[in-house]
Ligand binder design. Structure first.
Ligand SMILES: Cc1ncc(COP(=O)(O)O)c(C=O)c1O
Length: 446
């Protein structure tokens, strides 16, 4: 198997002098919860990152096709982001929102400017799970209703309310959760009830939401929450019109619509800055995390002044939310996305990748479906194109071979049979060609 050549890159990682991968693995086994799972048969250690590349402890370079799970948006250790964080770290690291500080205010102004309509009021937290938890609280406080609608195949977080909203058995513990949450069938054209050949699929899937409102609730709901493209669920792209029709049903039932942009925000989907804009809808609340901070613990709930007011009925506090260092880093990320035209790059390079994956699909029967937008892409693997039996082992093998060839990817879907491609938004044309060549080789070997 000949390894495709990584595009040249003039950067030399620092010599690594820390503990070996074996020692780190042993420490993890002894001192960290075994729930922290690792990719790859022989787990890899990453000690440095630059741009779209990662380096292991031996100095080997890899193309990062997963970006720390769609999180490193503008590239590893982007100099402007590092400089903003360093400067703030040296000046003031923490104060909390009980005092005035310029960073949280100016950052909120700049972030709000990226959102359409009345979505102008920010609340900063530290993770996507926290953001979704807070969004549901706001929705319930604002609407006076309790029931929440979410989608099967969704992932919204790992805390109690995130788990409640998520609907993938692999992520749900056998403990009481999901009170008041109703999971609606996912608008998943490749596997779902209404396929790509059904021009009314969007409306038909949305009707399922209306039926759940009619039959499973009092007829009044607090919220509907959905990712704009399902991420952990395997890059599932909804049929046209789906969200538009759902939003109408939810608003009629007194609820607010929450767009979970944790993976799809900040230009990742290419055509639009936010994934929901690609569906032509206007949410009442938007949650965001991951790419917002390029790796710093930062997340936000952005909503309208009316909805935001509901939270002021009680005291609500978050110790680290809006931390000056996180806000400095978040603001630098916004500026880099703009200046380096990374949304446009996501669109261009994403289209190159999609075209390349389509070519691979003609050659490799393992590929059931290629889907996604911008640099939020997925390739679903099946054992048989007619039965669509999930090719879990084959997916694991392709994932493993890609790593051997210098490319790191993600996996997802309930059956772990979808390759997830979500690199930093600074991926180049040469990187895309390399990525396609690696997959071609890996599919041939699977
Ligand atoms: C769509 C979506 N929402 C929420 C979350 C939870 O974010 P966090 O892991 O930062 O709590 C994730 C994490 O993968 C996610 O993909």
């Amino acid at each position: 198997m000949k390894a495709p050549d990584l595009p040249p890159y003039s950067y030399t990682p620092r010599p690594y002098t820390g503990p070996s991968a074996e020692e780190v693995l042993a420490l993890r086994k002894e001192f960290l919860n075994p729930a922290l799972s690792l990719f790859y048969r022989k787990p890899m250690m990453i000690v440095e990152g630059k741009g779209q590349y990662l380096f292991d402890e031996k100095g080997r370079r890899y193309l990062d096709g997963f970006a720390g799970i769609a999180t490193v948006s503008v590239g590893h250790c982007h100099p402007d982001v590092v400089a903003a964080a360093n400067l703030q770290n040296e000046t003031l690291q923490h104060a909390t929102t009980i005092y005035l500080h310029p960073n949280i205010a100016t950052y909120a102004r700049d972030l709000a400017a990226k959102l359409p309509g009345d979505l102008k009021v920010c609340y900063f937290v530290n993770s996507g799970s926290e953001a979704n938890d807070l969004a549901i609280l706001m929705a319930r406080a604002y609407s006076g209703n309790y029931d929440v609608l979410a989608l099967q195949n969704a992932y919204h977080g790992g805390n109690a309310s995130g788990m409640a909203l998520s609907a993938l058995s692999t992520w749900k513990f056998n403990v009481p959760h999901s009170f008041g949450v109703h999971h609606v069938i996912p608008p998943y054209p490749y596997r779902g009830r209404y396929g790509h050949d059904d021009p009314n699929a969007g409306r038909a899937y949305a009707d399922e939401v209306r039926q759940v409102i009619d039959y499973a609730t009092s007829g009044r709901v607090a919220a509907f929450i959905a990712e704009s493209i399902q991420g952990v669920g395997g890059t599932v792209v909804f049929p046209e019109g789906y969200l538009k029709h759902v939003y109408e049903h939810v608003h009629t039932a007194g609820g607010v619509c929450i767009a979970d942009e944790v993976q799809t925000g900040f230009g990742r989907t290419g055509e639009t800055y936010w994934g929901f804009e690609g569906h032509g809808v206007m949410p009442d609340i938007v949650t965001m995390a991951k790419g917002i901070g390029n790796g710093v613990p930062l997340a936000a709930v952005v909503t309208t002044p009316q909805v935001a007011k509901s939270l002021a009925e009680r005291i609500h506090f978050n110790t680290f939310g809006g931390n000056p260092v996180s806000c400095a880093q978040g603001r630098a990320v916004l500026q880099v996305i703009e200046r380096e035209k990374l949304q446009q790059n996501a669109l261009q390079i994403g289209n190159l990748l999609l075209a390349g994956f389509d070519r691979l699909a003609k050659k490799h029967n393992l590929i059931g479906e290629v889907r996604g937008k911008g640099l939020m892409l997925g390739i679903e693997l099946v054992k048989d194109r007619v039965t669509k039996a999930p090719a879990k082992e084959e997916c694991a093998q392709v994932h493993e071979t890609a790593r051997d060839l210098g490319l790191l990817l993600g996996k997802g879907g309930l059956f772990a049979n979808t390759l997830r491609i979500k690199p930093p938004l600074c991926l180049t044309r040469q990187d895309a060609e390399f990525l396609i060549d690696v997959l071609d080789t890996a599919f041939s070997a699977a």
